[in-house]
Design a protein around this ligand. Sequence first.
Ligand SMILES: Cc1cc2nc3c(=O)[nH]c(=O)nc-3n(C[C@H](O)[C@H](O)[C@H](O)COP(=O)(O)OP(=O)(O)OC[C@H]3O[C@@H](n4cnc5c(N)ncnc54)[C@H](O)[C@@H]3O)c2cc1C
Length: 498
Amino acid sequence: MTADHTEVLIAGAGPTGLLLAGDLASADVPVTVLERRDRESNLSRAFAVHARTLEQFDMRGLADELISTGHRLDRLGLFGRVTVDLSRLPSRFPFVLISPQYTTERLLERRARSLGARIIGGTEVTGLSQDAGGVQVQARGADGTASAFRASYVVGADGMRSAVRTALGLPFPGRSVMQSVMLADVRLAQPPPDILTVNATEAGFAFLAPFGDGWYRVIAWNRHHQLPDTEPADLDEIRQITRQALGSDFGMHDPRWMSRFHNDERQVPSYRSGRVFLAGDAAHVHSPAGGQGMNTGLQDAANLSWKLAAAAQGTADPGLLDTYHAERYPVGRFVLRMSHGLTQVALLKSGRLRDALALAGGAAAHIGPVTGRAARVISGIGIAYHAPPGAHHLAGRRAPDIPLAGSAHARLYEALRGGSFVLLTAAQPPSLLAMWPGRVRLEIPGPTPARMILVRPDGYVAWATDEPDPAARDAALRGALTRWCGAPAGQEAAYERS
Ligand SMILES: Cc1cc2nc3c(=O)[nH]c(=O)nc-3n(C[C@H](O)[C@H](O)[C@H](O)COP(=O)(O)OP(=O)(O)OC[C@H]3O[C@@H](n4cnc5c(N)ncnc54)[C@H](O)[C@@H]3O)c2cc1C
């Protein structure tokens, strides 16, 4: 069978695969997405889009459109007594956006297709093998027809039961933490105040969030009545648990869909195996507490896409692709711990202990004091990557969306829409930048600090310096550009396409 050739093949057109596909297509990297479904998903699983995800969307010119379709909440209510205030987040988006997952997917799919990504529905990845030059992928159509693809790189964004992960022979260690969680989208006759709220009792817990269009998401768990996922959810039971946990069922009626699910906490030990990468639910799954799953998958995609694009274009430093696992695995681990902590509070039988923990700070030991820190953690704004010893204190941290001076772009995140690095400096433009044509964009920071900062395409600081001496500063900049943006133009052949 002749294999269809593409540069990057992505298994799975969920939010993770679609963001990645759009980014690669926008960098002119040929990309093909194979999706098992043959029609659009109408599952509104994830409904919370956090601030850092909205910032990533902003760096792609998508945030305002998504926000116009959703509902903003600037507070999260945890376990009756604790409120996490998002309104003071240092971001253009000091809120959580409530929007069904399919809206996010639609937007990402439209962008990916319009930029030239090829998305093939009704085609399931069934296996793969790799050699020094690329990856051979086996697939099967809805009618059972087998097909084959060859790609330089493959990304498994094919969800929790990832066929790519299985084909790599990687384990997915962890455990099931909660069975028989009921979920429904309902109308309410007497809506509560506009806040995302959760509370627990000895009998279970209930969670309620407004979509802003009259529909509400309710999640309820009954400790004393556990059924398999295949059993239909029961609105009366959801009402009863909600009354116990939140004091009222708010006149819940007319569910547009109901479902029952179980919760696993798992993480693959390696996000990379040669030319194959895992991202999103294929790499990590956790409880929906804190609304982190889709957000973390989208951040995986934002971290990987520019690195893969550079590798596909032959400009990536040999170590660059390894930074994907090095940076994203610890974040996945952290998110697992945080959502585990929140879930454990919800599962506590003792109301006194739950209140004590909630009062002491949400999932106290796990997420720290419920102050600005909890808001930064839950929103993703506080996520930073490890920087090597001796690096500037800003290295690895999120670059805030500062205003720019004398540019076509008013602010940093607009300048990042081109997909290249941004060098922020008010000093004389270093002439050595000409050696990285098209890879680094020069911008003058509005606040004009003396500092020089190299910002990665995903909005994190690659390198920074306060060095006042131009010669020493340019020598350090040359090293940083070579590490992060690859060899200077004309010398890329020195790199093997690893
Ligand atoms: C009840 C519930 C509530 C949630 N709430 C939130 C929330 O508020 N916020 C949040 O961030 N997250 C939430 N999540 C988690 C979120 O839904 C997932 O983390 C998110 O969907 C992961 O995206 P993904 O693209 O990695 O994987 P998926 O969305 O699972 O997409 C994988 C895609 O791959 C396709 N596929 C599977 N196998 C193959 C194959 N072999 N070949 C080709 N295609 C394949 C699938 O059809 C699917 O389209 C929630 C989850 C649940 C269950």
